[in-house]
Design a protein around this ligand. Structure first.
Ligand SMILES: C[S@@+](CC[C@H](N)C(=O)[O-])C[C@H]1O[C@@H](n2cnc3c(N)ncnc32)[C@H](O)[C@@H]1O
Length: 226
C-alpha cells in the first residue's frame, strides 16, 4: 500500500524517553538495536552521538528532509491542540505542561531532521514498511523496539501484528513494545491474543516501566527467544 505523506503524523520522542519507556539499562544501550516505526524520534541521532548502534525503520524515511519538515510544520499545532483538549488523559509530572511538551517534541524532531541525510547515507534510517521482510539476516540485532507504533495502532489488526512481530523476532533476539494502550487510551484488545500466540515459542512478559505520559500507559511487552 502506498504510504502518503498527507496521511502521516510525524511526532518523535527522545533518548531519555526511550530509556524510560523500554527500561533500557546501560548494557541494553550497548546492544545492537533496531527500532521499528521510529519516525522523527531523536533516539537514533542521540544514540549515534554516544557511539551506540541503532538502525531505524520507517516508511516516512522515503520522504525528503524538506517534505518531512513541511509535514511536521503542518501538523504540530493540530497535535498540540488535540492534546490541550484532552489534558486529563495525560500525566503531567515528568513533562510539566503543554508548552514543555511542545518544546521537547520539537527539539527531538529538529535533532532527527538535522541527522536524517547523514543517517540515511550511513544506513541508520531505512525506508521500510512492516510487515515486509527486512534486508537483515536472522538475529542480526540483540534488541528490537517499537515505540508508539505496534499495539498503539491496534486497528491494524491481529494478523498484521503477528506478521510484523514475527519479522521483528526473526532479526532480533528480543523485542520490546511500548505502550500497551490503543489510540483510545484503553488496554489494547489485541494484547491477550498476542501474548497467547507468541508464548508458545517465546518467553513473553509484561513489565512496568517508569514512563507514564498517557494515563495507565506505563507497561511494555517483552518477547525473547527461549
Ligand atoms: C507515532 S509515530 C512514533 C515515532 C517514534 N517511534 C516515537 O515514539 O517517537 C509512529 C510511526 O510508525 C510508523 N509506521 C506506521 N506504519 C508503519 C509500518 N507498517 N512499518 C513501520 N513503521 C510504520 C509511522 O510512519 C510513524 O513514524
Amino acid at each position: 500500500m502506498a504510504f502518503e505523506l498527507e496521511n502521516t503524523v510525524p511526532w518523535g520522542r527522545n533518548l531519555d524517553e526511550y530509556r524510560s519507556m523500554f527500561n533500557l539499562t546501560n548494557s541494553d544501550l550497548d546492544k545492537r538495536i533496531i527500532s521499528f516505526g521510529d519516525g522523527p524520534a531523536s533516539f537514533n541521532c542521540e544514540m549515534t552521538a554516544l557511539s551506540k548502534s541503532v538502525v531505524s525503520i520507517d516508511p516516512i524515511y522515503g520522504f525528503s528532509t524538506s517534505q518531512l519538515t513541511g509535514r511536521i510544520e503542518q501538523i504540530k499545532d493540530i497535535v498540540i491542540e488535540q492534546t490541550r483538549k484532552n489534558l486529563e488523559n495525560f500525566v503531567w509530572t515528568k513533562i510539566k505542561n503543554i508548552d514543555e511538551l511542545e518544546t521537547i517534541r520539537l527539539l527531538a524532531m529538529d535533532r532527527f531532521l538535522k541527522d536524517f541525510e547523514t543517517g540515511k547515507i550511513e544506513g541508520r534510517y531505512l525506508n521500510h514498511q512492516l510487515p515486509d521482510r527486512t534486508q537483515f539476516d536472522d538475529l542480526t540485532f540483540e534488541l528490537g523496539l517499537s515505540s508508539h507504533f505496534l499495539i498503539l495502532y491496534s486497528q491494524l489488526g491481529f494478523d498484521f501484528h503477528v506478521a510484523c512481530m514475527t519479522e521483528m523476532l526473526r532479526v532480533a533476539r528480543e523485542i520490546r513494545i511500548f505502550p500497551l494502550l490503543d489510540l483510545n487510551a484503553k488496554r489494547s484488545e489485541l494484547l491477550d491474543s498476542l501474548v497467547a500466540h507468541f508464548q508458545t515459542d517465546f518467553v513473553v512478559g509484561i513489565e512496568k516501566t517508569d514512563y507514564e505520559f498517557q494515563k495507565k500507559g506505563d507497561q511494555m511487552l517483552t518477547i525473547k527467544r527461549r
